[in-house]
Each structure stands twice: as C-alpha cells, then as structure tokens.
Design a protein around this ligand. Structure first.
Ligand SMILES: Nc1ncnc2c1ncn2[C@@H]1O[C@H](COP(=O)(O)OP(=O)(O)OP(=O)(O)O)[C@@H](O)[C@H]1O
Ligand code: NI
Length: 271
C-alpha cells in the first residue's frame, strides 16, 4: 500500500544570519506498509519519526529538500496527490495536540473530519458522536473546547478524527502518549482493529514495548536513518535474530527482559 524508497530530507538552518545551510534530518529511509498490518516505527526522541510522518502526509513547512520515492497504492505519492488524499485516503493522528482548533468544540472538529472524509452531511454529527463515544468521551467532553480537555482526552479526539476518515493508510504519531494504561490499550486496540479491516497502519512510537503486541513488523530509526526492519517476532528471547546491535540493545534494555549489563551488575555480595 505504501512504499518509501530511499527517502532523504534536508531542512534549512542558518550558520550565520546571511547564509542558509541544509541539515540532513532523514537519510536512506526505506520501508513498506502493507494492507492489514500495523508497521511500527520506533526510535528515540529526535530520531526523525514525526518528520517522516509529515513528509508522508505532505505537511512539511517549506522550504525543504526531499529526495527518494514515495508510492501509495501503486502510484507516486506526489505533493498534489497528498493534498487530495489527506483526510480521506491518508489520515494522520498527529503527535502535537495543537493540531486541534482551539476555538472549536470536540464534536464539531470530528464532524468536520467526517465531512471531509465524504460522509453524508445529514450523518456527520451522528458519526462524530459515535466515534467520540467509542473513545469514551462523554457529552461534556464532546462539547468542550480543546483547552478544557486533558492531554489524554485531546489525543482521543484526534484519534476519533482519524477513525471517521475512510483512510486506507493511518499514520499514528505517538497516539498513546499521556494516556493511562487502559486508554492506551483502547487506542492501540483500535489501531489493530483498523489493520484487521484491511487498512495499513504506521504506528510511530518511542516505546517498543507497547507497539510490539499489535505490530507485525518493526522499523527501528536512529538519527534520521532506518537501522533495521524486523518482524515483531524477532523481538523475543535474547533477540539474537535481530541483525543490528542497536535493535538488540533497544530490546534488551526493556525493563521486563532482565538482561544484565556487565557494567551495571551489582558487586557480588560479600558475606
Ligand atoms: N522544522 C524543523 N527544522 C529543523 N530541524 C527540525 C525541524 N523539525 C525537526 N527538526 C529536527 O529533526 C530531528 C527529528 O525531529 P522529529 O520531530 O522528527 O523527531 P521525533 O523522532 O519525532 O522525536 P519525538 O519522539 O521527540 O517526537 C530533530 O533533531 C529535530 O531537532
Ligand atoms: Ni515526534
């Protein structure tokens, strides 16, 4: 459904006020997301995950330099096509809560999303209410403005907006940050359900542990590059089938994995 082939991205910075230079923020990024799967992109803060999401949606602020090929449903994903498909075939659950319009109540924001996705005008409000209720946002939250919502509630409004779109590809940028475990599971399960319906889900997260239960494949990013793409099943045991030390280290560092690191091992107890 989505193929990213050797994507590179440069953004400007000013070494001096008069001289613009370009910093390479993504390089050599290649991965594929297939229908029916959740593909996780995992990386530390600053790895370039959100930039990748914005490049895929065509939401990068100009100026920028981009090379490589993006293909969606067998055709090149050009800027014009991104504009046309955004909010319809392509949906983003953005990391930043400021994506919500501060002057618009939750229910109306989701209604707009439903309208853009092509729902019949007479149905959009009903669709919005249902989607918000699905994410446990009650009538009061539905009538609230963004500043009256908690971070977790605002994130669920954004998720509901993606939910009502008829998108074939859903890019979820840290959709579960700031949610309590129950809400987090609900959002992750909703993404897994979308994949089961045959949609392609790109799940961006810094948390391998929470992505693994629903992901079929995992791409690890570091400093703007893809380090490794592996099946989720490779993250088991000591992770010996992972091909890079970085992916292994990331896996072994998870608190539940109880790997001892020689340098951090407690000194043997002397009786
Ligand atoms: N508009 C911009 N101009 C210049 N550099 C940027 C811009 N946006 C991001 N960067 C840089 O690109 C790198 C990747 O940023 P990005 O937001 O994609 O990281 P991320 O992986 O999403 O991190 P996080 O987990 O914190 O959200 C960072 O080093 C950041 O400083
Ligand atoms: Ni990010």
């Amino acid at each position: 459904m989505l193929e990213i082939d050797d994507l590179a991205l440069q953004l400007p910075y000013y070494a001096n006020w008069w001289r613009r230079q370009w910093a390479e923020v993504l390089c050599n990024v290649s991965l594929e997301v297939h229908p029916g799967e959740v593909h996780a992109v995992i990386g530390a803060s600053g790895a370039g995950k959100s930039l990748l999401a914005h490049a895929l949606m065509g939401l990068l602020p100009a100026p920028y330099r981009q090379t490589g090929r993006l293909t969606f449903q067998g055709q090149p994903l050009t800027a014009a096509r991104q504009r046309r498909l955004r909010g319809r075939e392509l949906a983003l659950i953005p990391q930043s809560l400021s994506a919500l319009d501060p002057l618009v109540r939750s229910q109306r924001q989701v209604s707009w999303a439903a309208k853009r996705a092509g729902h019949a005008a007479a149905r959009v409000q009903h669709t919005a209410r249902q989607a918000l209720a699905h994410y446990q946002l009650d009538e009061r939250a539905q009538q609230a403005f963004p500043h009256q919502l908690s971070g977790g509630m605002a994130r669920r409004v954004l998720t509901a907006m993606a939910h009502v779109s008829s998108a074939q590809l859903i890019i979820a940028d840290e959709p579960s940050v700031g949610l309590d475990p129950q809400q987090r599971d609900r959002v992750l399960n909703a993404l897994a359900a979308l994949a089961r319906e045959g949609k392609a889900v790109l799940l961006i997260s810094h948390d391998l542990r929470h992505a693994l239960p629903i992901a079929r494949r995992v791409t690890i990013m570091r400093q703007g590059r893809c380090v490794e793409t592996a099946p989720a099943a490779a993250f088991e045991g000591d992770g010996h089938t992972l091909t890079t030390r970085y992916a292994q280290a990331l896996w072994r560092a998870l608190p539940d994995n109880h790997f001892s690191h020689p340098e951090t091992q407690p000194a043997p107890h002397v009786a």
